[in-house]
Design a protein around this ligand. Structure first.
Ligand SMILES: Cc1cc2nc3c(=O)[nH]c(=O)nc-3n(C[C@H](O)[C@H](O)[C@H](O)COP(=O)(O)OP(=O)(O)OC[C@H]3O[C@@H](n4cnc5c(N)ncnc54)[C@H](O)[C@@H]3O)c2cc1C
Length: 538
C-alpha cells in the first residue's frame, strides 16, 4: 500500500507502533525506556474498555514488575491461592490444575486483574517517557516500507464513536520511522499491508462475556473454574479486585443480538445468585473465540505482535500474555538492530522463537476448548467418563502441574535441557541492595558464574558480551566473596542440580544456556553471540 496524500503534520521516529492495546503499550514502554524515539498511535481517543483479559501468569508478573507495576502489592491486581478446576454439569471434578503458590521466578502462578485498568496503568507509564509520543484518536490509513524505513499515514477520528469516522478538518499526519511494530490487533492493518495471512485452525465459538461487580463477593467451592455442562458451558473466574467474570457459551439456537443485552445476562447469572439487587453489570461483550497464527512475524522493517500475530481462545488465559512475551523478546533484539550491532537475522530468530511458543499456547487453548465446548449430551457423557477416570488416577499424586513451555529455535542452545525456558529468580544482596535479583541487580544479559569459575570467561567473548549490554557477575553464598549474594541459596541449588558453573540469562528472563566447564562456556557463548551480533570478518 502507498501512503495517502498531503499530511498536515510530519514526524520522524526510530520506531512507530500501530495500536495501543496492552501489547503496543508495553512495546512503547520498553523501547522508550531504552531511549528510542517512539511514536505510537491508536484509532480510539479513549480506551475501548472491552471485557477481555482477567488473568496473567508468573512470567508476565516478572515483566510488569520490571516496568514498575508490583503484582503482589498493586491495588488493581489480586491472587487466590487455589487450583483451577474443570467440573462437569454435576459438579464433579474432571481436571484440577495446580495454580497454588509461586513459581521459581519468585512470582505467583496466577494473578487476576481487569484489562482496562492494566491498560490505564501502562498508558500512564508510557506518558511519562520523554522520548515517547502517543497519538490517540489517530487511525492508520496507509503504510509502506522501503530499504531505509517505513512510512505510516494516519487520520484523526471523531471522538466518542465506536466506528471509525474521520474528523472534518482533523489532523492527517505522516510518521517516518526506521522500524514499525504492528500491535494493531486481530484485524491488523499492518499485517494486511505487508501481505501476511494467518493460518486458521478452524476453531470458532461465540461466548457472552459478563463482567460484574458484586456488592458482596460470592464464595463458591473454588475461585476459578470451568463448568463443562453441555446445557450451557460456562466459565466462572475472578475479574480482579472487586469483580467477578462469567463467560457463557452461545448455543446454536441463541439469538446473538438478544443475548448481548443486560436482560439476557441477568437471566444467565440468576442460578449463580447474582442479581441486580446484589451486583452491578460492568461490561458485556460477545467475542468470537478463534485460533489463528502467523507463520512469519518479521517482514522487512515491520514486526507483527500480539493479536496481530496470534489468536487463541481464552481458556488458558494466555492470549495477552503471549503478546506481552512477543514484545519483551523483541525489545532487546530491536535495540541491537537499531544500534547497528545486529541485522535482520536476529529478528528472524525472534519470529521463530515466538511463533512456535505461541502456537503451543494456541493448541493448548484449543485442546481445553475441545473439553468445554461440547453441547451434545452423549459426547459430554463420554468425555466425563474418560476424564473422571483420569482425574481419579491423577489425584493419587496430586493436581496436574501447571504447563511449562519452551521457545521455538533461536537465541538459545538447543542441546541444553535448561535453555529456552524461563529462568529462576532468587533473593539476593548486591552493592547494598537486597531483594529479588531484578530489583537488586537490574535487567539485561547476565552471565552468572560461581566465584571459583569466574576466570573461565574468554576476554574476547567478555568484550562481545559487553557490546550487547551484558556482563559477568559471580554469584554465591554469604562467605563466597561473590558479587551477588545468593541469600536463600536459590542459584547455588539450581546450578548444582544442573551441573552448571555458569548460567547465561537473557533480558527477557529466558535461559540462553548453562555451562559445566570453561570449554563449554566458550563454545556456547560464542554460538549465542555469533547468532546475535554482526562481527567483523577475521
Ligand atoms: C473474552 C476474552 C478473554 C480473554 N482473557 C484473557 C486472559 O485472561 N488472559 C490473557 O492473557 N489474554 C486474554 N484474552 C486475550 C487478550 O485480551 C488479547 O490477546 C489482548 O488484548 C491482545 O492485545 P493486543 O494489544 O495485541 O491487541 P488489542 O488489545 O486488540 O489492541 C489493538 C489496538 O490496535 C488499535 N488499532 C487497530 N487498527 C488500527 C489502525 N488502523 N490505526 C490505529 N490503531 C489501530 C485498536 O484500536 C486497539 O486498541 C482474552 C480475550 C477475550 C476476547
Amino acid at each position: 500500500m502507498t501512503p495517502a496524500s498531503a499530511p498536515t503534520v510530519e514526524h520522524t521516529a526510530d520506531v512507530v507502533i500501530n495500536g495501543l492495546g496492552p501489547v503496543g503499550l508495553l512495546a512503547t514502554i520498553l523501547l522508550g525506556r531504552q531511549g528510542y524515539r517512539v511514536h505510537a498511535l491508536d484509532r480510539w481517543h479513549t480506551q475501548y474498555g472491552r471485557p477481555r483479559a482477567v488473568t496473567f501468569d508468573h512470567e508476565i508478573a516478572r515483566v510488569l514488575a520490571m516496568i514498575g507495576i508490583d503484582p503482589d502489592n498493586d491495588p488493581a491486581i489480586d491472587f487466590h491461592d487455589d487450583h483451577y478446576y474443570w467440573l462437569n454439569g454435576d459438579g464433579e471434578i474432571l481436571m484440577e490444575i495446580d495454580w497454588l503458590g509461586k513459581e521459581d521466578n519468585g512470582f505467583r502462578k496466577r494473578y487476576w486483574f481487569s484489562q482496562p485498568e492494566l491498560e490505564d496503568r501502562l498508558r500512564v507509564i508510557a506518558q511519562t517517557l520523554p522520548n515517547v509520543t502517543l497519538h490517540f484518536g489517530r487511525d492508520t490509513v496507509a503504510f509502506a516500507q522501503d530499504e531505509d524505513g517505513v512510512t505510516l499515514d494516519f487520520r484523526e477520528t471523531v471522538p466518542g464513536l465506536r466506528t471509525v469516522e474521520y474528523a472534518e478538518g482533523g489532523e492527517s499526519g505522516r510518521i517516518r520511522a526506521r522500524y514499525a511494530i504492528g500491535a494493531d490487533g486481530a484485524n491488523s492493518f499492518l499485517r494486511e499491508s505487508v501481505g501476511a495471512e494467518m493460518t486458521d485452525l478452524g476453531f470458532l465459538f461465540h461466548w457472552l462475556i459478563v463482567d460484574t461487580k458484586p456488592e458482596v463477593m460470592p464464595s463458591y467451592r473454588t475461585h476459578h473454574f470451568q463448568v463443562c455442562d453441555p446445557v450451557r458451558p460456562t466459565t466462572v473466574v475472578p475479574g480482579g479486585p472487586g469483580r467477578r467474570r462469567w463467560e457463557f457459551m452461545m448455543l446454536p439456537d441463541d439469538d446473538l443480538q438478544e443475548m448481548l443485552t443486560p436482560q439476557a445476562a441477568w437471566k444467565l447469572l440468576e442460578p449463580w445468585d447474582i442479581r441486580p439487587d446484589n451486583a452491578s453489570l460492568e461490561r458485556l461483550a460477545l467475542p468470537r473465540f478463534e485460533a489463528k497464527y502467523l507463520e512469519k512475524w518479521h517482514h522487512g522493517r515491520t514486526m507483527l505482535v500480539g493479536d496481530a500475530a496470534h489468536l487463541m481462545p481464552p481458556f488458558a488465559g494466555e492470549g495477552m500474555c503471549a503478546g506481552l512475551r512477543d514484545v519483551v523478546n523483541l525489545a532487546w533484539r530491536l535495540d541491537l538492530v537499531l544500534q547497528g550491532l545486529a541485522d535482520g537475522n536476529l529478528l528472524d530468530a525472534w519470529s521463530d522463537e515466538r511463533r512456535d511458543q505461541a502456537k503451543w499456547y494456541i493448541e493448548f487453548s484449543v485442546d481445553l476448548g475441545k473439553i468445554i465446548c461440547i453441547t451434545d449430551p452423549a459426547e459430554a457423557a463420554a468425555r466425563d467418563a474418560r476424564m473422571l477416570a483420569e482425574h481419579a488416577e491423577q489425584s493419587k499424586v496430586g493436581p496436574l502441574p501447571a504447563h511449562e513451555t519452551i521457545l521455538g529455535p533461536g537465541t538459545w542452545v538447543a542441546e541444553d535441557g535448561t535453555a529456552g525456558k524461563t529462568g529462576i529468580q532468587g533473593r539476593v544482596a548486591h552493592q547494598g541492595r537486597t531483594g529479588r535479583f531484578d530489583d537488586a541487580v537490574g535487567h539485561g544479559w547476565f552471565l552468572l558464574s560461581i566465584p571459583e569459575a569466574a576466570g573461565d570467561l574468554d576476554p574476547g567473548l567478555a568484550a562481545d558480551l559487553e557490546r550487547v549490554g551484558g556482563r559477568q557477575l559471580t554469584v554465591g553464598g554469604p562467605d563466597s566473596g561473590a558479587e551477588v549474594i545468593d541469600l536463600d541459596g536459590t542459584y547455588s541449588t539450581w546450578m548444582s542440580e544442573h551441573g552448571a558453573l555458569h548460567l547465561l540469562m537473557r533480558p527477557d528472563f529466558y535461559v540462553a544456556f548453562v555451562a559445566g566447564d570453561a570449554a563449554e562456556l566458550t563454545t556456547r557463548l560464542d554460538t549465542i553471540l555469533s547468532g546475535m551480533i554482526v562481527r567483523a570478518a577475521a
